[in-house]
Design a protein around this ligand. Sequence first.
Ligand SMILES: *Cc1c(COP(=O)(O)O)cnc(C)c1O
Length: 393
Amino acid sequence: MRNEASPLRGRIAGELDRLRREQLLRTLDCPAGIPLTSNDYLGLARDGRLASATADAIREIGRVGSTGSRLLAGNSEDWEQAEREFAAFAGTEAALYFSSGFAANLGLLGALVRPGDIVFSDSLNHASLIDGIRLSGANKVIYPHGDLARLETALARHQSDPGAKLIVTESLFSMEGDLAPLARLAELGREYGAELIVDEAHAVGVFGPEGRGLAYEAGLANEILAVVHTCGKALGSAGAFVCSGGALRDFLVNRARTFIFSTAAPPYLAHQIRAAVGLARAMDAERAHLQTIAAALREGLRSEGFDVRASASQIVPVVAGASEAALAWAESLREDGFAVRAIRPPTVPEGTARLRLSLTAALGGEEVQRLLRACVRARGRSRLAVAARESGA
Ligand SMILES: *Cc1c(COP(=O)(O)O)cnc(C)c1O
């Protein structure tokens, strides 16, 4: 083992020291307690029916790995069928599966736009969307989160620029829990000649008729250039579909590097996802329960004076402010039996460190009331600790 100093080893140690000093160091924990960080909104990841469907598929296929890229040995009717079915579910003509949502967004944006084009991107868009835009080399205009007036001004300013225009947004924002005004975004796109891409990672399975997502619910699935649905959250599985017209699918098969140069996902996953969609479609009761407990939590927190932003979903942020406060709140909630994590910069803007409570349909109403009381206690404990420190005690 080498241990002499080198610039890279110095950088690694220096960066870790800095993160530790600034209370920003992230560590990998195995959460214990009532889970409030899970994206398994419908409980499908633990659903025995999904596990059996997967085991059956492995047995029937008689093979686990896909053995190659989709363009080589990795393609199979398993995936073709899953894509046709998912497109029908999403309300689009076609769909193409990627092995993760991150890969889908990198592949899609990296292939679609290029230098000279302009991408209008919400300031709170997911890292995979940001990196996809970066990778493409297109110019980007970041508009303040949800600020359509600012977006419109930017669209107008660039209206006569020669390149292609694209608006990119999440439908349900993962750190704020609020919903994008999709109908108005589509309207602006039409008005100013910009296409629209919508990432439904946190909405699929949870919103829309049978969990088909917010673009479907708004009647826009067919109009939007591409809707990205991930399968690792409410669908309890893994990967993501880019849902679009047939031409965009053909284009991605030829141009999306994360699709072309990556081993196809195992064919049993295609069956798992088909089963997951089938189960999710029938989970209206779970969806309704989830919205009921989320509304109760938001209202309870608001009436206790907490800042839960504009949350309108199963994702409820509780803003603490400083990273240190968010860490203390999370620790207090853990002591009360709730598995939560503090979300700190750079994931969220400076000064808005927070707890991100992510509810699942498995939670009961009584647990949500206990959670509410635990939040009040966490804030109280943390204020006491600050007061004690300031008085030099
Ligand atoms: C989680 C997430 C992704 C990434 O999907 P993975 O399948 O986890 O790679 C992409 N976009 C958004 C908005 C997400 O929340």
